[in-house]
Design a protein. Structure first.
Length: 227
């Protein structure tokens, strides 16, 4: 007999719930990436390429990264970081999971990006307003809702004056109560997207588009600029 395939989304939620029960809300990332590296789990968000909404933004905005620094939040297996680095940015890509960093380095042995382990909830002090481009894709939404404001504030803090922040996340209606969301992910409301703004970090472009895999689901792509 052959066993039924395991739904990767359900497996991810199970790992996350186990970590939450142990009061370790970010511990499931390493467990999942470690299992994936051993071939016993599947990363539901690993597309084998950069996120199409990031690729589209780069094609449209045509950023010039020469002489500038970029930070990719929650780099995972590295595809988004590679696209950013290819634009000429001096790119740091971080993840809380050592196995994710090892996988990214293994996937991209000739990378122009620097991969390192770091915690979004406790980032290095030297990253304060240090980057011309910050890219955050699906990381904040992978954290339980009570932790999202802290993570959001850190993401915004990475952007230097004159710098750009790009956020891509699953969208949730503002009238959908937190208690009804069984994450991960815990998609972001419009209010959560607005929370990335600060008195000098302004939302300049916001798109809400259907997911190519499921037209009933929507994705945010937000662009912010620091004065």
């Amino acid at each position: 007999m052959t066993s039924e395939p395991v739904d990767p989304d359900l497996a991810t939620r199970r790992l996350a719930h186990e970590a939450l029960e142990q009061d370790d809300p970010t511990g499931w990332f390493e467990r999942l990436y470690s299992a994936a590296s051993e071939g016993t789990a599947v990363l539901p968000w690993d597309r084998g390429a950069a996120h199409p909404l990031l690729a589209d933004w780069i094609a449209t905005a045509e950023p010039r990264g020469a002489g500038q620094r970029a930070l990719v939040v929650g780099a995972g297996t590295g595809w988004d970081a590679e696209l950013v680095a290819d634009q000429g940015y001096d790119t740091i890509a971080f993840d809380i999971s050592p196995s994710a960093v090892e996988t990214a380095e293994r996937n991209h042995p000739d990378s122009k990006a620097t991969y390192q382990v770091a915690d979004l909830l406790n980032p290095p002090a030297e990253w304060h307003r240090a980057f011309d481009l910050v890219v955050e894709i699906y990381t904040v939404q992978a954290l339980p809702i009570p932790l999202q404001p802290k993570a959001t504030a850190h993401v915004s803090d990475f952007v230097r004056p004159g710098g750009t922040l790009v956020v891509i996340a699953a969208a949730r209606d503002d009238n959908t109560p937190d208690s009804s969301v069984d994450g991960p992910p815990w998609p972001l409301t419009r209010a959560a997207i607005d929370a990335f703004t600060t008195p000098d970090l302004n939302l300049i472009q916001l798109d809400r588009t259907p997911s190519p895999n499921d037209p009933a689901l929507y994705r945010w792509r937000a662009e912010y600029l620091r004065d």
